[in-house]
Design a protein around this ligand. Structure first.
Ligand code: AMP
Length: 595
């Protein structure tokens, strides 16, 4: 039997664990029969630790000793800790946050230990490996903290998987056929993101993602509480009473997903005062409208980034507990002009996806690889170190494909053709099968044209041909080995890497494309400014947009650079149009003059 790898969704509010058993990915129920365990940790004054519903039950008596939403503190420094965190946060000797004297990693490790314990108890054997999911927006420190939490729990974390990728795996994006796309709308307790994923021949690509790590159902609970406090004239509440009132706010919110009316009721919340207030679904929806609106703005941004319209999507998959709210479903349906897919259990999809990924990695779920197709994509390196695919993975052989390339620099006299194999966005992350140089006579940038063609015969032998269009001279290289005969496990490793790094790859591609555009724009804009061609009114904005591009280049992050380049593009649009017009006029004058 292959080694078991657990799939764990370490959620802000709830967590879940699964594994592949007899070829089926399943989630495991705890002793209370629930496949979902609250991410709540009770730490007693004597050091006793309890996790899940047991911990939540302690909240009535010792609210200050029950920690929830610890995921929001993972990998964060003290100044990044939000106000109103449900339990008091102290500063540790290292300047990092502590809750009840414990680090966020140590507290998360208690949840992971519980997940491991449930799985071992169900399966009757020890299990030491796991795939753990994180929001796509988690940065390195947050991912590293999650990995450390796994290690503290006695687990080897074989992969940190992005939650939207997991949801798409659970939805079965790979089974929809070529070029299918889904948008995953994930609104949980603490985080929101909208990710658009495309599946091409079993390989995931992230087309766009937008979100906020501090936007979720917890915020709506706080809004409800503020509203109740305002309408009852309550101004101050102590920490312990606040925890009770927040729990009631959440209970009311959940009730209003099915009922039209609910009563917010907390008797003697501070020993002698009581609260009672009826809230209708309509009131909640009014309160929630700006909160839902924020998620919709991220959706629009992601769709714009991917240059997609709703009709280009196969489905909108809803995950995260907060998508149970009817108002959320309505708003999503309206924005995308179609009913969202709710076939996935909103609380279980991510753990199921992690379980499927664990199953693929352990070999318990095998991906079938056909022999008469290219097992991995073949392409060449182009500008900026990007992979340009000529023959996609799973193309039936024999086959042939080609593309035209131009020289990237003035006076360039040769082009290096690197033949690559793999599924990653950046050339450096794929395998190099061979390389050769094509010489041509020097010419201005973009004027030399070289056609590159790949041909694979029925024996799987790849022939790469490069033709200098002006001279008609061909350079041909035969690559006998790797194009088709790739070891199954190497193919699996490459594909699962493309899943693991899908988000990083996208960010790198966006950054590289924006950087290339910036490198082209900046000298051109500078020359125009130096020649004094800009009008007074536009000069200020062009200069400040130029400075923003330079700053974003230095900062090295993809989205800010993309936005800065777009701004510079917009700022120089009128000027560029004027210059083109002047050049045309001048050319016309010359012609007329010459006649
Ligand atoms: P998750 O982080 O995916 O576990 O989602 C947890 C969030 O979903 C919490 O803010 C819950 O209050 C919220 N939630 C769960 N069920 C419902 C429901 N029926 N209606 C509204 N919100 C819900």
């Amino acid at each position: 039997m292959s080694e078991v790898i657990l799939g764990i969704d370490l959620g802000t509010t709830n967590s879940a664990v699964g594994l592949v058993d007899s070829g089926f990915p399943i989630l495991l129920a705890n002793e209370e029969g629930h496949r979902i365990t609250p991410s709540a940790i009770y730490v007693g004054s004597d050091g006793t630790v309890e996790v899940g519903a047991k911990a939540l039950r302690r909240r009535a008596l010792e609210p200050e000793r029950v920690v929830t939403s610890i995921k929001r503190l993972m990998g964060r420094r003290m100044h990044e800790v939000e106000e109103n965190f449900p339990v008091p946060v102290e500063t540790g000797v290292d300047g990092l946050p502590r809750v009840l004297g414990m680090t966020p990693e140590a507290l998360s490790a208690e949840i992971l230990k519980e997940m491991k314990r449930i799985a071992e108890w169900r399966m009757g054997c020890g299990i030491t490996k796991a795939v753990i999911t994180v929001p796509a927006y988690f940065h390195d420190a947050q991912r590293a903290a999650t990995k450390r939490a796994g290690e503290l729990a006695g687990l080897e974390v074989v992969r940190i998987l992005n939650e939207p990728t997991a949801a798409a795996l659970a939805y079965g994006l790979d089974k929809l056929g070529d070029r299918s796309r889904v948008a995953v709308y994930d609104l949980g307790g603490g985080t929101f993101d909208l990710s658009i994923l495309e599946m091409q021949d079993g390989v995931f690509q992230v087309l766009a993602t937008h979100g906020d790590t501090l936007l979720g159902g917890d915020d709506l609970d706080a809004l409800i509480l503020t509203q109740v406090m305002e309408s009852t004239g309550l101004s101050e509440i102590s920490g312990a009473a606040r925890v009770r009132l927040m729990a009631e706010a959440e209970r009311v919110k959940l009730a209003l997903s099915t009922d039209q009316e609910a009563v917010f009721r907390v008797p003697f919340y501070d020993g002698n005062r009581s609260l009672e207030e009826t809230i209708t679904r309509a009131e909640l929806e009014k309160l929630a409208a700006p909160w839902i609106g924020k998620t919709l703005r991220h959706c629009k941004q992601a769709m714009a980034d991917a240059a997609l319209k709703p009709e280009h999507l196969n489905a909108i998959v809803l995950v995260g507990g907060s998508t149970r709210m009817p108002a959320v479903r309505r708003a999503v349906a309206e924005l995308f002009s179609r009913e969202p897919d709710i076939s996935q259990h909103p609380d279980e999809a991510i753990a199921l996806g992690a379980t499927i990924q664990g199953g693929v990695m352990s070999g318990a779920l095998r991906q079938i690889i056909l022999l008469d197709v290219t097992p991995l994509s073949l392409g060449i390196e182009t500008f900026g170190g990007l992979m340009n695919v000529l023959i996609p993975r799973n193309t039936t052989i024999p086959c042939k494909a080609g593309e035209m390339f131009t020289n990237a620099a003035d006076g360039q006299a040769a082009m290096r053709v690197r033949v690559l194999q793999g599924e990653r966005e950046m050339a450096k992350d794929n395998w190099e099968l061979g390389k050769f140089d094509v010489a041509f006579s020097p010419s201005p940038k973009g004027q030399t044209r070289v056609g590159v063609q790949f041909k694979i015969d029925e024996n799987g032998i790849l022939e790469a041909l490069a033709r200098d269009v002006s001279t008609g001279i061909d350079t041909v290289v035969r690559i006998e080995s790797a194009a088709v005969n790739v070891d199954d496990s190497a193919v699996e490793a490459m594909i699962s890497e493309s899943v693991e790094y899908a988000f990083e790859d996208m960010a790198e591609r966006v950054f590289t494309e924006a950087r290339m555009k910036a490198e082209e724009l900046l000298p051109a804009v500078e020359a125009v400014l130096n020649q004094g061609l800009a009008e007074e009114g536009e000069r200020g904005e062009i200069e400040s947009a130029t400075a923003a591009v330079r700053a974003a280049l230095k900062q090295g992050a993809a989205n800010p650079l993309k936005a800065a380049v777009q701004r510079l593009d917009a700022a120089t649009e009128a000027l560029a149009a004027r210059l083109v017009e002047q050049a045309l006029d001048a050319a016309l004058d010359r012609r007329l003059g010459g006649e």
